[in-house]
Design a protein around this ligand. Structure first.
Ligand code: HEM
Length: 196
C-alpha cells in the first residue's frame, strides 16, 4: 500500500453504505434519543461501544503515518466522559473491541470513514443535545465539532483517505469495513435503544 493519489474511496463508501446509513438514522431517530436525558444516555451507550471498537486505530502507527493527525481525532475518551457527566455507568460489552494491536489496514480505513463521517452528521445531533442543556463541556463532548470546524475537518480527512492507494482486493476489504461498521452500530442500537 502506498500513498499516491487515487481518489474516490469516500464517494464509493458513501454510495455503498447509503441505504444502511438511512436505516440507521431512521432507527436512531425512531427511538427519540433527544426526548430526555435518559434516552440520550442510551444513545451514548451505543456511541461508547462503537468508539471503543475503533479506539485502537487512533493509536496505530501505520494509520497515523497514512493519516497525519489521526491520533487527535479519536472520540472514545469524550464519549466515556459524556456518560460520566450524566452519572451513567460505562457499558461492559461481552465482546472485545473490533480492533486491537494487529489490524487489517484496508478494513480499518472503511471503519474510520464511518467514524469520522458520523462527526459530520453529528451537527444535527449536537444541536438537539443543546435542547437538553448538553454541550461540548458537558454530556455532548463527543458530538462537538473538531477545533478546525466540522466541514473543513471532514474535507481534510476525506482527502487523506482518498489519497491512499488500494488494489482491488484491498478496496473490497475497505468496503466491507465501512458496511460492517454501520451494521455494528445498528446492532448496538437494537441492544441499547429498544423500541417497544
Ligand atoms: C452513530 C450513528 C451514525 C453514524 C455512524 C453515521 C455515519 C455517517 C457518515 C459516515 C456520514 C458521512 C457520509 C458522507 O458524506 O460520506 C454521515 C453524514 C450524515 N449523517 Fe450520519 N451517522 C450516524 C447517525 C446519524 C443520525 C442519527 C442522523 C440524523 C438524523 C445522521 C445524519 C447525517 C447527515 C444529515 C449527514 C450528512 C451531513 C452533511 O452532508 O452535512 N446521522 N453520517
Amino acid at each position: 500500500m502506498t500513498t499516491t493519489v487515487s481518489p474516490g474511496h469516500c464517494a464509493r463508501f458513501r454510495a455503498l453504505t447509503h441505504d444502511t446509513h438511512d436505516v440507521l438514522d431512521k432507527r436512531i431517530m425512531a427511538y427519540s434519543p433527544f426526548s430526555g436525558r435518559e434516552r440520550y444516555a442510551a444513545f451514548l451507550k451505543v456511541q461508547y461501544c462503537f468508539h471503543r471498537d475503533v479506539a485502537a486505530l487512533f493509536d496505530n502507527t501505520s494509520l497515523n503515518t497514512l493519516l497525519p493527525g489521526l491520533k487527535e481525532r479519536g472520540r472514545f475518551a469524550a464519549v466515556a466522559q459524556d456518560l460520566k457527566d450524566l452519572g451513567q455507568a460505562l457499558p461492559e460489552p461481552e465482546m472485545p473491541p473490533v480492533f486491537g494491536e494487529q489490524i487489517d489496514l484496508p478494513t480499518a480505513i472503511g471503519w474510520l470513514y464511518v467514524e469520522e463521517g458520523s462527526n459530520l452528521g453529528g451537527a444535527i445531533l449536537f444541536k438537539m443535545a443543546g435542547k437538553l442543556d448538553l454541550s461540548a463541556d458537558f454530556g455532548a463532548r463527543h458530538l462537538a465539532p473538531h477545533p478546525e470546524g466540522r466541514a473543513p475537518s471532514w474535507r481534510a480527512f476525506m482527502q487523506q483517505l482518498d489519497a491512499i492507494e488500494l488494489d482491488d482486493k484491498e478496496q473490497q476489504r475497505a468496503n466491507n469495513g465501512a458496511e460492517a461498521a454501520f451494521t455494528q452500530v445498528l446492532s448496538y442500537v437494537e441492544r441499547y435503544c429498544p423500541i417497544s
